[in-house]
Design a protein around this ligand. Structure first.
Ligand code: GAP
Length: 513
């Protein structure tokens, strides 16, 4: 049985939206620190930036690589029954027909004709005045209602929805219990009732192959890395000689033309995924769904993320993707509410079945104990690198007052921190820089190290606190006398004096604690 599943879940779409209200102030502080210290820059900034696209700077790329390397180690290299692969981003367009993405991978989009704001229809909630008690209440359209309306009527406008919502089961007024019979669509941004009809909008980016591209050469940037695994299932089975249950893992970029983006790195149009497809005997799906949900929750804890900010949330039936029959999300409590970091989904035999129906070559698995070919089922663990990165940043961010002075510190796990140790000569004279450089060279062969000789020592400590560097070595005049240095701990700010030649072993010991 899965632990850490919250029993109390949001009951309806309105409640779900309430918890994702953004705390702009806190996220702005993270954006500002990220820029100041070189974690994240706005993409194409000198041209005014491109919405919701971000570049990883010198510290950001180190930290991102640490997260990816930890995932690869924990999911692939430390396990006997999971192998890795790296498929191309561009795939045959029929892959996306077969996978169902061309037909089903879309969101209902609504535009405000007045202020031009754009929304996902299923993310909107509407204020309505109850026509009995006249109190203002919030009403929402659950995804399934919008999708059903679109299925039945093609496009539906606000008037249409008002009419059609008669007879749809709508929540009663929370104040007087009067059952509401109509719903008015209203723009949450400007309050106008002038909204376009919800239109289904496919999230895949189209592109063309070749110099003389015509409509026959259209393909897509992959919206998930998973399909690269499914279409290579037989290739991997025959070459890696794996027996069920076994997994295939892959890490790489994915692209979605999201209708609404935002919350910094949380929802972008270009992002990176860490996905593992675990192939099993179909009757073992529940067992492996539980196993991987717990494993993946524990993985985020192993990055040093606070346990009370993490949870597993089972999906409601109206949230499930077109390929999945059950799913748990690992969620983190961001300043803008509990939000998904990773989905662990039971994809059944859907994907292999679909490719077996559409492709020229069939992909099955020979089950030796039962002496027959079967199509294995799949439990998928699909995480976003950028969301894991944002989680580590947000979770580590602290503002502290120390001896009357404020400091901002990133209490990152040393496993994730971009720099493990910084070396500081106290002053830039009397041979201290030379000794420091020697110590730095030794440390650099063991850890990610940084040499900083600019500015007052206090300012240098503050800079490294903001970079999340767990350890600092300071070389001072006493070093000249007794060959000792100070080792500073980022979190406690405690400084202890240690022999210079013990710097590596002391830090290694602290890292292993
Ligand atoms: N193959 C299954 C799949 O792609 P998903 O829930 O759509 O499932 C998996 O995506 C993970 O990818 C999410 O949990 C999230 O971490 C990340 N992700 C999805 N869309 C994203 C976006 N627009 N920006 C950043 N990360 C995203």
């Amino acid at each position: 049985m899965i632990k850490n599943v919250l029993p109390a879940q949001p009951k309806n779409a309105a409640e779900k939206r309430k918890i994702i209200k953004m705390d702009i102030k806190s996220i702005e502080k993270i954006v500002s620190l990220s820029k100041r210290r070189g974690f994240i820059f706005q993409s194409s900034e000198i041209y005014g930036g491109l919405g919701s696209t971000w570049d990883y700077g010198p510290l950001g790329v180190e930290m991102k690589n640490n997260i990816k390397n930890l995932w690869w180690h924990d999911m692939v290299t430390s396990r006997q029954n999971i192998v890795g692969m790296d498929a191309s981003i561009l795939m045959h367009p029929e892959v996306w027909e077969a996978s169902g993405h061309v037909k089903n991978f879309h969101d209902p989009m609504v535009d405000c004709k007045n202020c031009k704001a754009r929304y996902r229809a299923d993310h909107l909630s509407f204020k309505k005045t109850c026509n009995k008690c006249h109190k203002s209440i919030s009403v929402s359209f659950p995804t399934e209602v919008v999708n059903d309306l679109i299925k039945i009527h093609g496009k539906v406008g606000s008037n249409e929805l008002s009419k059609l919502s008669k007879g749809i089961k709508v929540e009663p007024c929370p104040f007087c219990k009067h059952i509401l019979s109509t719903i008015e669509l209203k723009c949450p941004s400007c309050g106008s009732y002038e909204l376009t009809e919800p239109r289904q909008f496919n999230l895949m980016f189209k592109t063309s192959l070749g110099a003389l591209a015509d409509s026959g050469d259209v393909t897509y940037l992959r919206p998930e890395t998973a399909q690269g695994i499914f279409v290579n299932f037989s290739n991997v089975v025959t070459t890696a000689r794996q027996k069920l249950p076994f997994g295939i893992a892959q890490l790489g970029k994915a692209f979605r033309n999201e209708i609404t983006t935002g919350n910094f790195l949380f929802r972008t149009r270009e992002f990176e995924q860490m996905e593992m497809e675990f192939f099993i005997h179909p009757e073992e799906a529940d067992k492996w769904l539980d196993y991987w949900s717990q494993e993946r929750l524990d993985w985020f804890k192993s990055l040093g993320v606070r346990e009370d900010k993490l949870r597993l949330r089972p999906h409601d039936s109206d949230e499930l993707a077109h390929y999945s029959t059950a799913c748990y999300d690992v969620e983190y409590e961001f300043p803008f509410g509990w939000s998904e970091l990773e989905g662990i989904a039971d994809r059944g035999t859907y994907d292999l079945d679909q490719h077996n129906e559409h492709a020229k070559k069939k992909q099955t698995y020979f089950d030796q104990p039962n002496n027959k070919h079967i199509v294995p089922a799949v439990i998928e663990a699909s995480a976003g690198v950028d969301r894991a990165f944002l989680t580590c940043l947000v979770d580590a961010y602290r503002e502290e007052k120390v001896n009357g002075e404020e400091r901002i510190v990133l209490k990152l796990s040393p496993k994730v921190a971009p720099i493990t140790v910084a070396v500081f000569p106290l002053v830039n004279k009397n041979g201290l820089p030379e000794i420091s450089e020697k110590i730095f060279n030794e440390l650099q062969s063991e850890f990610s190290a940084f040499f900083d000789q600019g500015g007052s020592i206090g300012r240098r400590y503050r800079r490294q606190d903001e970079a999340g560097t767990p350890f600092g070595i300071t070389v001072d005049h006493q070093t000249l006398d007794d060959n000792t240095v100070t080792l500073r701990d980022r979190d406690s700010m405690e400084q202890i004096r240690i022999p210079t030649d013990q710097a590596v072993s002391k830090i290694k010991k602290k890292l292993s604690n």
